[in-house]
Design a protein. Structure first.
Length: 150
């Protein structure tokens, strides 16, 4: 398959609903993968705590910073990339430090607790209160509400 002038491979195919997976192979070894799937109707908000990373040899910080991935998903959990729902966030046991969707032209402030998702996604950054064992983040929009214990 020939590359375009800017070094991109182009594949022409008919559209079918389902999943498509690209696998990058170099010297017979898989060096990367990426999958896209057909999304259904937006039905719910999904919250997932991002993994925390602490450098080897570093001590755990006293104030825990938590990143929560927010997605608008269909009934099967696929991200609805055409969604731009407005979501309101509230937290207990933690302060919301910022909310961002990646939308470059938004006039929403990072410190606002109500934000539109961009391409079905948003990120909420929280700082757990000192001495709090569990914090909770609640998210609500026209699709309903959900919460996660952190």
């Amino acid at each position: 398959m020939p590359k375009t002038e800017n070094g991109v491979y182009e594949f022409k195919t008919k559209y079918y609903a389902g999943k498509i997976k690209a696998v990058a192979i170099k010297d017979g070894k898989v060096i990367g993968t990426h999958m896209l799937e057909t999304e259904g109707k937006a039905e719910k908000i999904t919250l997932r705590k991002e993994k925390s990373y602490i450098a080897k040899g570093a001590s755990k910080p006293q104030d825990e910073i938590i990143y929560v991935d927010v997605r608008i998903t269909d009934k099967d959990g696929a991200t609805c990339t055409q969604s731009s729902n407005t979501v309101t966030y509230t937290a207990t046991g933690a302060d919301i430090l910022g909310v961002a969707s990646g939308e470059l032209t938004t006039t929403e402030k990072y410190i606002d607790t109500t934000h539109r998702v961009c391409a079905g996604k948003c990120l909420v950054v929280l700082k757990k209160h000192k001495g709090t064992k569990n914090a909770t983040l609640k998210a609500e929009c026209d699709l309903g509400k959900t919460e996660i214990t952190l």
